[in-house]
Design a protein around this ligand. Structure first.
Ligand SMILES: Cc1cc2nc3c(=O)[nH]c(=O)nc-3n(C[C@H](O)[C@H](O)[C@H](O)COP(=O)(O)OP(=O)(O)OC[C@H]3O[C@@H](n4cnc5c(N)ncnc54)[C@H](O)[C@@H]3O)c2cc1C
Length: 502
């Protein structure tokens, strides 16, 4: 029996996709046009699913949707969005003693990018040398620290947090990056020379993940791993609910209004009035947050834009000897083995870059064709390829590649950035926060950044219980935390100096 047939026998039976309301991250079947040129993919007997593969592998009972909000509600903390950012923040706040956290979600848990990604748990998005050149040393290390904090968060969950039984969530295989050009291979060498624990160049012959493609260099990070994003979310949900977090699915937040005493979130089921709100809605943060004030141009305060990423899942026979999450061509291509023996491959956005600047999630013919060709290139001409899933999802990109984490400042017309009055302490201003813009790296960064944000929020609680406490000043001192961009300041000015490194 081939390896593929063996793994197939042990795989979970296919299930249908969860019912999705709305259109934005919903799974509409991709209408794949016939390829212009023949792609050498073995014809399949069964139709290709447009559902992200995780939903066919998942224990759905753990992710059952909860009822929508049906009456007005008052709470201390309202979180908008039930993805990895919103849910890990809800758990982090509940663990720090916030006993009044409500999560409002327009569809259901993990309906967005969190239920559609590749499940790479990488500390860094780019290798450190490239990240430092793109964002500056301070931001690169702030984000590296967020990645390390995410690893610790997941390891704590695995050890059995809050009396939950220990379990395995991540296959800690380490990761490998493959350079496709000389500039990237030099960046690998410079990264390895920094001597960060576990990060090293390795000979290409030691990286079977490079398949038949002549990449130039390989950089390994032994601390990274592979996960099933839905299994992680299901556990976070269960732990958050056990700590009293209340969730409402099918509850879109339509507007936010800051008042002197709180923030009012309007939803079809009634208004939610909260002492503070954290917007964790991926690129939709830009749509929701301009409504904080009078001006539509306030969008610039949270400059996130939607970018589609696409992936496929396939059986390969013979099964390739891939073990690790693999990033190639500066993260433009990525692939991994799946727990049931299939492989997942994504990327190739560069073949249709303009068309991929969209919030639509359906797979497109151009990118999927390029993925097919890349997969063929990796596994060689003889292998049998049987694609079972093709899907897309929406990432939130920021102009500088740095996430937006922290209070949404509202300086009002004419206020000088960094000068004059402290804009963030105006009525209700520091009550609205954002945690978004992960630039395709939210599984690696969001839980780590959520933990820092939760710590900051708890030390600067604007609720009547905590009294008025100069929240903006304390938020500004969270070490290494990327902040909301203030127009007129260079991106690096939004970052505090990193904590001293041991
Ligand atoms: C194909 C693909 C592969 C990827 N691979 C990886 C990977 O391997 N590793 C990695 O680290 N990252 C990866 N990413 C990126 C990662 O998935 C995202 O960065 C991360 O999931 C973002 O989490 P989030 O919670 O911010 O957003 P989401 O998961 O999108 O959650 C936002 C939620 O907010 C809800 N929402 C929006 N507006 C409203 C509203 N008005 N009211 C109420 N709810 C609202 C949405 O329905 C959604 O559920 C990938 C992304 C894609 C698409």
């Amino acid at each position: 029996m081939s390896q593929r047939a063996k793994s197939r026998r042990t795989s979970a039976p296919p299930q249908s996709a969860p019912r999705q309301t709305g259109t934005r991250q919903a799974s509409t079947p991709p209408r794949l046009r016939a390829p212009r040129r023949a792609v050498s993919v073995t014809p399949r007997a069964s139709p290709v699913s447009a559902t992200p593969i995780w939903w066919d592998l998942a224990d759905r009972s753990a992710l059952a949707p909860c009822p929508p909000l049906a009456a007005p509600l008052r709470c201390r903390t309202a979180i908008v969005g039930s993805g990895i950012a919103g849910l890990s923040l809800a758990l982090a706040l509940a663990r720090r003693g916030d006993d009044s956290v409500v999560v409002l979600e327009r569809f259901h848990g993990a309906a967005g990018a969190t239920g559609r990604n590749a499940g790479f748990l990488l500390c860094d998005s780019e290798c450190i040398d490239l990240a430092a050149r793109m964002h500056g040393e301070t931001a690169a290390f702030a984000l590296h620290d967020a990645g390390l904090a995410t690893r610790s968060f997941v390891r704590d969950l695995e050890r059995g947090l809050d009396d939950s039984p220990p379990r395995s969530l991540v296959t800690w295989t380490g990761s490998v990056r493959l350079a496709a050009d000389r500039g990237e291979s030099c960046a690998f060498a410079a990264t390895a020379a920094r001597g960060l624990p576990g990060i090293r160049c390795e000979p290409l012959v030691a990286a079977p993940e490079s398949g038949s493609v002549p990449y130039l260099a390989a950089l390994a990070d032994d601390g990274d791993g592979l996960l099933d994003p839905l299994a992680l979310v299901a556990l976070i949900l269960a732990l958050a609910e056990a700590r009293g977090v209340r969730r409402f699915d099918a509850t879109p937040v339509e507007t936010l209004r800051a008042t002197r005493t709180g923030v009012v979130l309007s939803t079809p089921g009634g208004d939610v009035t909260a002492d503070r709100v954290i917007v964790c809605t991926n690129p939709d943060a830009a749509r929701l947050l301009p409504r904080v004030g009078a001006s539509a141009s306030r969008n610039r305060w949270v400059p996130v834009r939607p970018v589609r990423a696409q992936a496929l899942a396939a059986w390969i026979d013979p099964m390739p000897a891939w073990r690790r999450p693999t990033y190639a061509t500066r993260g433009g291509d990525y692939w991994r083995p799946l727990p049931d023996g299939r492989v997942l491959l994504g990327g190739m956005r560069r073949v249709a870059r303009r068309a991929e600047n969209t919030a639509a999630t359906a797979a497109s013919a151009d990118v999927q064709r390029a993925l097919d060709a890349h997969l063929r290139h990796l596994v060689g001409p003889e292998a049998r390829i049987d694609v079972t899933h093709r899907w897309g999802g929406t990432m939130a990109f920021t102009p500088d590649g740095v996430p937006r984490v922290g209070p949404v400042f509202d300086a009002g017309p004419g206020a000088a950035p960094g000068g004059g009055r402290d804009a963030s302490t105006g009525p209700g201003r520091s009550r609205i926060h954002v945690l978004a813009g992960f630039n395709g790296h939210g599984m690696g960064w969001a839980p780590g950044l959520a933990d820092v944000l939760a710590a900051t929020l708890q030390s600067s609680d604007p609720s009547p219980r905590a009294g008025r406490s100069g929240s903006a000043a304390r938020q500004a001192t969270a070490p290494g935390l990327p902040k909301v961009f203030r127009p007129g300041e260079p991106p690096s000015a939004n970052l505090d100096p990193p904590p001293p490194r041991a």
